[in-house]
Design a protein. Structure first.
Length: 97
């Protein structure tokens, strides 16, 4: 569990407004705070930019013959990603502490 791995630190989790992120039954550990992004704000969600990059470079304008071919293309793309590419795609001013 994330909170156990970082038990001596404060954790901030930023989530979009998906229904399963807003469950009333969600229990968070004491060292964890959850912040929900405003509705209709994909530009604030770092995952949206990463997914856009993935679609543009792997899925866009391609016809795959099988699910296995899609999986292999995605795996090859992900294996070739550099940490700095991911950091640049997901960088956002509000994430800097």
């Amino acid at each position: 569990m994330l909170s156990e791995c970082y038990s001596g630190q404060k954790i901030a989790i930023i989530m979009d407004g998906a229904g399963w992120h807003r469950s009333k039954g969600l229990k968070t550990p004491e060292n964890t705070d959850i912040f929900l992004l405003p509705p209709y704000s994909p530009e604030l969600n770092p995952v949206e930019r990463f997914c856009g990059h993935l679609k543009k470079n792997v899925l866009h304008n391609r016809l795959f013959e099988s699910l296995e071919e899609i999986e292999n293309s995605l795996q090859t793309f992900l294996d070739g990603l550099q940490n700095n590419t991911i950091a640049q795609l997901c960088k956002n001013n509000y994430l800097v502490i």
